[in-house]
Design a protein around this ligand. Structure first.
Ligand code: FAD
Length: 308
Protein backbone atom coordinates (compact mmCIF):
# COMPACT_ATOMS: atom_id res chain seq x y z
CA UNK A 1 0.00 0.00 0.00
CA UNK A 2 1.32 3.50 -0.81
CA UNK A 3 1.87 5.99 2.03
CA UNK A 4 -0.90 8.15 0.55
CA UNK A 5 -3.41 5.25 0.68
CA UNK A 6 -2.26 4.24 4.16
CA UNK A 7 -2.77 7.85 5.29
CA UNK A 8 -6.30 7.85 3.87
CA UNK A 9 -7.14 4.67 5.78
CA UNK A 10 -5.54 6.03 8.94
CA UNK A 11 -7.56 9.25 8.67
CA UNK A 12 -10.80 7.39 7.94
CA UNK A 13 -10.31 5.36 11.10
CA UNK A 14 -9.19 8.09 13.47
CA UNK A 15 -11.29 11.05 12.26
CA UNK A 16 -14.69 10.05 13.75
CA UNK A 17 -13.27 10.00 17.28
CA UNK A 18 -10.51 12.63 17.18
CA UNK A 19 -11.30 16.35 17.65
CA UNK A 20 -11.12 17.94 14.16
CA UNK A 21 -9.38 21.08 15.45
CA UNK A 22 -6.42 18.90 16.51
CA UNK A 23 -6.16 16.95 13.26
CA UNK A 24 -4.90 18.49 10.03
CA UNK A 25 -4.46 17.04 6.58
CA UNK A 26 -1.86 18.36 4.09
CA UNK A 27 -0.83 20.87 6.72
CA UNK A 28 1.92 23.37 5.72
CA UNK A 29 4.77 22.84 8.17
CA UNK A 30 5.99 26.44 7.93
CA UNK A 31 3.07 27.22 10.25
CA UNK A 32 4.52 24.91 12.90
CA UNK A 33 8.22 25.83 12.85
CA UNK A 34 10.06 28.92 14.07
CA UNK A 35 12.11 29.00 10.81
CA UNK A 36 8.74 29.51 9.04
CA UNK A 37 9.68 27.15 6.19
CA UNK A 38 8.62 23.64 5.22
CA UNK A 39 6.18 21.88 2.89
CA UNK A 40 3.01 20.02 3.88
CA UNK A 41 2.69 17.12 6.29
CA UNK A 42 0.31 14.41 5.04
CA UNK A 43 -1.36 14.30 8.42
CA UNK A 44 -0.64 16.24 11.62
CA UNK A 45 -2.21 15.53 15.00
CA UNK A 46 -1.95 17.27 18.35
CA UNK A 47 -2.64 14.63 21.02
CA UNK A 48 -3.83 15.77 24.44
CA UNK A 49 -3.30 12.62 26.51
CA UNK A 50 -1.08 9.56 26.69
CA UNK A 51 -4.10 7.45 25.80
CA UNK A 52 -4.50 9.34 22.53
CA UNK A 53 -0.80 8.90 21.77
CA UNK A 54 -1.06 5.14 22.31
CA UNK A 55 -4.11 4.88 20.08
CA UNK A 56 -2.40 6.84 17.31
CA UNK A 57 0.71 4.67 17.68
CA UNK A 58 -1.29 1.48 17.28
CA UNK A 59 -2.93 2.78 14.08
CA UNK A 60 0.42 3.97 12.72
CA UNK A 61 1.76 0.49 13.30
CA UNK A 62 -1.25 -1.15 11.67
CA UNK A 63 -0.98 1.02 8.55
CA UNK A 64 2.86 0.97 8.55
CA UNK A 65 3.05 4.74 8.38
CA UNK A 66 6.21 6.77 8.91
CA UNK A 67 6.06 8.80 12.14
CA UNK A 68 7.63 12.18 12.92
CA UNK A 69 7.53 13.78 16.37
CA UNK A 70 7.34 17.52 16.78
CA UNK A 71 7.35 19.84 19.78
CA UNK A 72 7.28 23.59 19.29
CA UNK A 73 9.24 23.33 16.02
CA UNK A 74 12.07 25.60 17.23
CA UNK A 75 14.96 23.27 16.39
CA UNK A 76 13.82 21.70 13.13
CA UNK A 77 14.19 22.51 9.46
CA UNK A 78 11.45 20.86 7.41
CA UNK A 79 12.33 20.34 3.75
CA UNK A 80 10.19 21.97 1.04
CA UNK A 81 8.54 18.71 -0.01
CA UNK A 82 7.12 18.33 3.48
CA UNK A 83 6.66 15.20 5.57
CA UNK A 84 5.15 11.90 4.43
CA UNK A 85 3.07 9.99 6.90
CA UNK A 86 1.98 11.19 10.33
CA UNK A 87 3.34 14.06 12.41
CA UNK A 88 2.55 13.79 16.11
CA UNK A 89 2.93 17.29 17.51
CA UNK A 90 3.08 18.16 21.21
CA UNK A 91 1.72 21.61 21.94
CA UNK A 92 -0.92 23.35 24.01
CA UNK A 93 -3.30 20.34 24.23
CA UNK A 94 -0.50 18.32 25.89
CA UNK A 95 0.58 21.14 28.22
CA UNK A 96 0.16 21.01 31.99
CA UNK A 97 2.11 21.84 35.14
CA UNK A 98 1.53 19.96 38.40
CA UNK A 99 3.51 20.78 41.49
CA UNK A 100 4.55 18.42 44.27
CA UNK A 101 6.78 20.40 46.63
CA UNK A 102 9.90 21.35 44.69
CA UNK A 103 9.08 18.89 41.90
CA UNK A 104 7.13 19.79 38.77
CA UNK A 105 5.30 17.23 36.65
CA UNK A 106 4.96 18.49 33.10
CA UNK A 107 3.15 17.57 29.93
CA UNK A 108 5.46 17.28 26.90
CA UNK A 109 3.85 20.20 25.08
CA UNK A 110 4.30 22.69 27.92
CA UNK A 111 6.44 25.63 26.84
CA UNK A 112 9.73 25.98 28.72
CA UNK A 113 9.12 29.70 29.08
CA UNK A 114 5.77 29.01 30.80
CA UNK A 115 7.40 26.52 33.18
CA UNK A 116 10.20 29.00 33.98
CA UNK A 117 7.57 31.66 34.71
CA UNK A 118 5.57 29.26 36.92
CA UNK A 119 8.73 28.22 38.79
CA UNK A 120 9.68 31.85 39.40
CA UNK A 121 6.20 32.75 40.69
CA UNK A 122 6.26 29.76 43.04
CA UNK A 123 9.75 30.47 44.39
CA UNK A 124 11.49 27.56 42.63
CA UNK A 125 15.00 28.04 41.30
CA UNK A 126 16.96 26.03 38.68
CA UNK A 127 15.10 26.85 35.48
CA UNK A 128 16.16 30.48 34.97
CA UNK A 129 18.47 29.46 32.09
CA UNK A 130 15.46 28.23 30.09
CA UNK A 131 13.25 31.31 30.27
CA UNK A 132 14.15 32.44 26.73
CA UNK A 133 14.40 29.06 24.99
CA UNK A 134 11.34 28.83 22.71
CA UNK A 135 10.82 25.06 22.94
CA UNK A 136 8.45 22.59 24.55
CA UNK A 137 9.63 20.59 27.55
CA UNK A 138 9.58 17.37 25.47
CA UNK A 139 11.78 18.98 22.80
CA UNK A 140 14.08 20.43 25.45
CA UNK A 141 14.62 17.00 27.03
CA UNK A 142 15.21 15.44 23.60
CA UNK A 143 17.83 18.11 22.79
CA UNK A 144 19.13 18.56 26.37
CA UNK A 145 18.57 22.26 25.76
CA UNK A 146 20.77 24.61 27.72
CA UNK A 147 22.00 28.16 28.00
CA UNK A 148 24.12 30.34 30.27
CA UNK A 149 24.56 28.44 33.55
CA UNK A 150 22.25 25.46 33.04
CA UNK A 151 20.92 22.63 30.92
CA UNK A 152 17.99 20.23 31.20
CA UNK A 153 20.37 17.53 32.48
CA UNK A 154 20.73 19.46 35.77
CA UNK A 155 17.01 19.41 36.65
CA UNK A 156 15.32 16.44 34.91
CA UNK A 157 14.72 13.70 37.48
CA UNK A 158 12.28 11.43 35.62
CA UNK A 159 10.86 10.93 32.16
CA UNK A 160 7.92 8.73 31.18
CA UNK A 161 8.05 7.79 27.52
CA UNK A 162 6.34 5.44 25.08
CA UNK A 163 8.20 2.97 22.92
CA UNK A 164 7.02 2.26 19.35
CA UNK A 165 4.51 -0.28 20.65
CA UNK A 166 2.99 2.25 23.06
CA UNK A 167 4.49 0.60 26.16
CA UNK A 168 5.43 2.99 28.98
CA UNK A 169 9.16 3.23 29.68
CA UNK A 170 10.26 5.12 32.80
CA UNK A 171 13.66 6.82 32.86
CA UNK A 172 15.52 8.34 35.78
CA UNK A 173 17.41 11.49 34.76
CA UNK A 174 20.72 9.63 34.49
CA UNK A 175 19.16 6.96 32.22
CA UNK A 176 18.68 9.64 29.53
CA UNK A 177 22.49 9.82 29.03
CA UNK A 178 22.33 13.58 28.62
CA UNK A 179 25.31 15.14 26.86
CA UNK A 180 25.93 18.32 24.89
CA UNK A 181 22.65 18.76 22.94
CA UNK A 182 22.18 15.00 23.28
CA UNK A 183 19.81 12.58 24.99
CA UNK A 184 19.21 8.87 24.45
CA UNK A 185 15.88 9.75 22.79
CA UNK A 186 17.83 10.81 19.68
CA UNK A 187 18.82 7.16 19.26
CA UNK A 188 15.83 5.15 20.49
CA UNK A 189 12.95 7.26 19.09
CA UNK A 190 10.87 6.84 22.26
CA UNK A 191 8.16 9.45 22.69
CA UNK A 192 8.50 11.65 25.75
CA UNK A 193 5.13 11.84 27.49
CA UNK A 194 5.73 13.29 30.95
CA UNK A 195 8.69 15.02 32.51
CA UNK A 196 9.53 15.52 36.16
CA UNK A 197 11.84 18.38 37.11
CA UNK A 198 13.39 18.67 40.56
CA UNK A 199 14.06 22.29 41.43
CA UNK A 200 15.08 23.98 44.69
CA UNK A 201 13.43 26.56 46.92
CA UNK A 202 14.51 30.06 46.00
CA UNK A 203 13.58 33.71 46.13
CA UNK A 204 11.07 34.90 43.52
CA UNK A 205 12.62 38.33 43.16
CA UNK A 206 16.15 36.97 42.63
CA UNK A 207 14.85 34.35 40.15
CA UNK A 208 12.94 36.96 38.14
CA UNK A 209 15.95 39.26 38.09
CA UNK A 210 18.17 36.49 36.71
CA UNK A 211 15.59 35.61 34.04
CA UNK A 212 15.28 39.26 33.01
CA UNK A 213 19.07 39.55 32.73
CA UNK A 214 19.34 36.41 30.59
CA UNK A 215 16.50 37.56 28.31
CA UNK A 216 18.09 40.99 27.92
CA UNK A 217 21.39 39.34 26.91
CA UNK A 218 19.47 37.34 24.29
CA UNK A 219 17.77 40.42 22.90
CA UNK A 220 21.11 42.19 22.58
CA UNK A 221 23.01 39.32 20.94
CA UNK A 222 20.47 37.27 18.99
CA UNK A 223 18.44 38.20 15.90
CA UNK A 224 15.11 37.53 17.63
CA UNK A 225 13.30 39.82 15.17
CA UNK A 226 13.71 37.20 12.38
CA UNK A 227 12.51 33.60 12.11
CA UNK A 228 15.28 31.11 12.88
CA UNK A 229 15.93 27.89 14.75
CA UNK A 230 18.45 29.44 17.15
CA UNK A 231 22.08 28.33 16.77
CA UNK A 232 22.31 26.58 13.43
CA UNK A 233 25.41 24.56 14.29
CA UNK A 234 26.65 22.72 17.35
CA UNK A 235 29.64 24.20 19.13
CA UNK A 236 32.74 22.52 17.66
CA UNK A 237 35.29 21.39 20.25
CA UNK A 238 37.55 24.32 21.14
CA UNK A 239 35.71 26.86 18.97
CA UNK A 240 32.50 28.86 18.68
CA UNK A 241 30.60 28.29 15.44
CA UNK A 242 29.57 31.97 15.19
CA UNK A 243 33.16 33.20 15.62
CA UNK A 244 34.48 30.81 12.94
CA UNK A 245 31.74 31.86 10.50
CA UNK A 246 32.43 35.52 11.19
CA UNK A 247 36.20 35.01 10.74
CA UNK A 248 35.77 33.49 7.28
CA UNK A 249 33.78 36.56 6.24
CA UNK A 250 30.31 35.02 6.01
CA UNK A 251 28.41 37.35 8.32
CA UNK A 252 25.51 38.70 6.26
CA UNK A 253 26.11 36.18 3.43
CA UNK A 254 22.80 35.15 1.79
CA UNK A 255 21.31 32.55 -0.49
CA UNK A 256 17.84 33.65 -1.53
CA UNK A 257 16.19 34.97 1.61
CA UNK A 258 18.29 32.78 3.91
CA UNK A 259 21.04 34.80 5.56
CA UNK A 260 23.87 34.36 8.03
CA UNK A 261 22.68 36.87 10.64
CA UNK A 262 24.62 40.12 10.74
CA UNK A 263 23.90 40.32 14.47
CA UNK A 264 25.07 36.77 15.36
CA UNK A 265 26.84 34.66 12.74
CA UNK A 266 25.86 31.48 14.57
CA UNK A 267 22.25 32.03 13.52
CA UNK A 268 20.87 31.53 10.01
CA UNK A 269 17.74 33.65 9.65
CA UNK A 270 14.80 33.72 7.27
CA UNK A 271 14.54 37.28 5.98
CA UNK A 272 10.97 36.68 4.86
CA UNK A 273 10.61 34.35 1.90
CA UNK A 274 13.41 31.81 2.35
CA UNK A 275 12.71 28.22 1.34
CA UNK A 276 14.13 25.22 3.15
CA UNK A 277 16.21 24.75 -0.02
CA UNK A 278 17.79 28.22 0.47
CA UNK A 279 18.60 27.44 4.10
CA UNK A 280 20.05 24.02 3.27
CA UNK A 281 22.21 25.52 0.51
CA UNK A 282 23.44 28.18 2.92
CA UNK A 283 24.23 25.59 5.61
CA UNK A 284 26.25 23.59 3.05
CA UNK A 285 28.13 26.68 1.84
CA UNK A 286 28.98 27.78 5.40
CA UNK A 287 30.21 24.25 6.21
CA UNK A 288 32.32 24.19 3.01
CA UNK A 289 33.93 27.59 3.56
CA UNK A 290 34.67 27.06 7.26
CA UNK A 291 36.18 23.64 6.55
CA UNK A 292 38.34 24.99 3.70
CA UNK A 293 39.62 27.96 5.68
CA UNK A 294 39.86 26.50 9.19
CA UNK A 295 39.66 22.72 8.84
CA UNK A 296 36.72 22.57 11.27
CA UNK A 297 33.65 20.50 10.46
CA UNK A 298 30.45 22.27 11.48
CA UNK A 299 27.62 19.91 12.39
CA UNK A 300 24.05 21.26 12.29
CA UNK A 301 22.31 21.44 15.65
CA UNK A 302 19.00 22.02 13.89
CA UNK A 303 17.33 18.72 12.94
CA UNK A 304 16.70 18.45 9.22
CA UNK A 305 13.56 16.45 8.48
CA UNK A 306 11.10 15.74 5.67
CA UNK A 307 11.09 14.24 2.19
CA UNK A 308 14.35 14.65 0.25
C1 FAD B 1 15.45 32.14 18.91
C2 FAD B 1 15.87 30.78 19.39
C3 FAD B 1 16.73 30.66 20.47
C4 FAD B 1 17.12 29.41 20.92
N1 FAD B 1 17.98 29.32 21.98
C5 FAD B 1 18.35 28.12 22.44
C6 FAD B 1 19.22 28.00 23.56
O1 FAD B 1 19.63 28.98 24.17
N2 FAD B 1 19.60 26.76 23.97
C7 FAD B 1 19.15 25.64 23.34
O2 FAD B 1 19.52 24.53 23.75
N3 FAD B 1 18.32 25.70 22.27
C8 FAD B 1 17.91 26.91 21.81
N4 FAD B 1 17.07 26.99 20.73
C9 FAD B 1 16.66 25.75 20.04
C10 FAD B 1 15.35 25.13 20.56
O3 FAD B 1 14.50 26.11 21.11
C11 FAD B 1 15.59 24.03 21.59
O4 FAD B 1 16.38 23.00 21.09
C12 FAD B 1 14.26 23.46 22.09
O5 FAD B 1 14.50 22.65 23.21
C13 FAD B 1 13.54 22.61 21.02
O6 FAD B 1 12.26 22.29 21.52
P1 FAD B 1 11.01 22.14 20.53
O7 FAD B 1 9.85 21.74 21.37
O8 FAD B 1 10.85 23.34 19.71
O9 FAD B 1 11.48 20.90 19.67
P2 FAD B 1 11.25 20.66 18.12
O10 FAD B 1 12.06 21.65 17.35
O11 FAD B 1 9.82 20.58 17.81
O12 FAD B 1 11.90 19.22 17.99
C14 FAD B 1 13.28 19.05 18.19
C15 FAD B 1 13.55 17.53 18.25
O13 FAD B 1 12.93 17.02 19.43
C16 FAD B 1 12.08 15.91 19.11
N5 FAD B 1 10.95 15.96 20.05
C17 FAD B 1 10.17 17.03 20.35
N6 FAD B 1 9.24 16.69 21.27
C18 FAD B 1 9.43 15.37 21.54
C19 FAD B 1 8.77 14.44 22.40
N7 FAD B 1 7.74 14.77 23.18
N8 FAD B 1 9.22 13.16 22.40
C20 FAD B 1 10.28 12.77 21.63
N9 FAD B 1 10.93 13.62 20.80
C21 FAD B 1 10.52 14.90 20.76
C22 FAD B 1 11.66 16.13 17.67
O14 FAD B 1 11.36 14.90 17.04
C23 FAD B 1 12.91 16.79 17.07
O15 FAD B 1 13.83 15.81 16.61
C24 FAD B 1 16.65 28.24 20.27
C25 FAD B 1 15.77 28.36 19.19
C26 FAD B 1 15.36 29.63 18.76
C27 FAD B 1 14.40 29.73 17.61
Amino acid sequence: MSIADACKNFLAEISPSFPPERLQKDEPMWKHTTFRVGGPADCLLYPATGEEVRRILSLIKRYELPLTILGNGSDVLVRDKGIRGVVLAFGQPAAYIRQEGTRLLLGPGTLLSAVAQYAAEHGLTGLEFAAGIPGSVGGAVFMNAGAYDGEMKDIVSRIDAFDEAGRVVAYRGEDAYFGYRYSVFQDNSHIINQIELTLAAGNTEAICQKMTEFNERRRQKQPLEYPSAGSTFKRPLGHFAGTLIDEVGLKGFSIGDAQVSEKHAGFIINRGHATAGDILALIAEVQRRVFLARGVELVPEVRIIGEV
